[in-house]
Design a binder for this molecule. Structure first.
Ligand code: GDP
Length: 309
């Protein structure tokens, strides 16, 4: 049963990476079928760069491969590809997986979700709520994006469909007050998890960023250790721009982890590596499709395997 679950999770990640895989794995393998020389190595570096691994990583991996090949000139194309896979894995394995654990009786795990509109915030909240709910946890979602009435409606629709409970604020009401009410309700109803949606904001708009701090203070008043996680939702298809967004958000409010959506919609899955290298923030989940089941915990080993298989 567990094996079946793991396999289906792996298959989902693998299929989400199919665009990246044809850019990376298959092209590199055919490159290695010929002799390895300065020209092919340049092409390799270019391919890695095109898959959004970033300039530094693309160069480093190519240099490491060059050295390795000098020492082992009889390696097969598959062995060379495996060397690259291991290099990528080495670049990824820095963070412990999973979210923070709240000791039993310590109140709900409070997760604050932030991000720019369109990145997949609402969908990711629904997917997360479904995940926790499937694990048998009692989940409450808080619609604290009081900025857009449509956002409240959208979250409500998801909540009914899963189903999970929802606390919502009136349009234009104070999001910090919604967070306060939701956490108070979650505590008294002995919920295991509270997921708080916030207004999609441009990371360049200072007042909105300050509002996030206010929401955090609100949570803090009800449960001093909360929010336990502040997860930033980033769209993998936006490449370097996603990294810039994360940098700006992190300046205003510390981000504890990332949800990287739409990996299925890009051939630039190498962005995962660039993000971890450049930001030092763990990727907690990856979005692998539009459905409720299409969110997977990020697992470096699984990711690097799926990238080249
Ligand atoms: P929000 O404005 O940030 O709340 O974004 P939404 O949750 O409304 O999502 C914006 C669009 O992205 C919707 O069409 C979603 O179905 C889509 N989306 C979100 N996550 C993923 C994903 O992992 N893969 C794909 N293919 N689409 C996604």
């Amino acid at each position: 049963m567990i094996f079946k679950f793991l396999k289906s999770s792996y298959d989902k990640v693998k299929s989400a990476l199919s665009k990246t895989r044809s850019l990376l794995g298959q092209k590199i393998l055919s490159l290695f079928k010929g002799p390895l020389n300065e020209e092919t190595l340049d092409q390799l570096e270019q391919m890695l760069y095109e898959a959004d691994l970033g300039v530094k990583m693309s160069h480093q991996i190519t240099e490491d491969l060059k050295k390795h090949y000098r020492q082992h000139p009889h390696l097969t194309p598959e062995e060379l590809l495996d060397f690259i896979r291991k290099e990528i894995l080495r670049g990824l394995q820095k963070f412990p997986p999973g979210l923070k654990e709240v000791p039993s009786g310590g109140g709900p795990l409070v997760i604050l979700i932030v991000g720019v509109n369109g990145n997949g915030k609402t969908t990711s909240i629904a997917k997360l709520a479904k995940k926790f709910s499937d694990e048998g946890k009692k989940v409450l979602v808080a619609a604290a994006d009081t900025f857009r009435a449509a956002a409240i409606e959208q979250l409500e629709m998801w909540a009914q469909r899963i189903p999970v409970d929802i606390v919502k604020g009136a349009p234009k009401s104070d999001p910090a007050a919604v967070a306060f009410d939701a956490l108070t309700a979650a505590k008294s109803r002995q919920m295991d998890v509270l997921i708080i949606d916030t207004a999609g904001r441009l990371h360049t708009k200072t007042p909105l960023m300050q509002e996030l701090e206010k929401i955090k203070r609100s949570c803090h008043k009800v449960l001093p250790e909360s929010p336990h996680e502040t997860l930033l939702v980033l769209d993998a298809t936006t490449g370097q721009n996603a990294i810039e967004q994360a940098k700006s958000f992190n300046q205003y409010t510390p981000i504890s982890g990332l949800i990287l959506t739409k990996l299925d919609g890009t051939a630039k899955g190498g962005i995962v590596l660039a993000i971890q290298q450049q930001l030092g923030i763990p990727i907690k989940f990856i979005g692998v499709g539009e459905g409720l089941e299409d969110l997977e915990p990020f697992d470096a080993e699984q990711f690097s395997q799926a990238l080249f298989e």
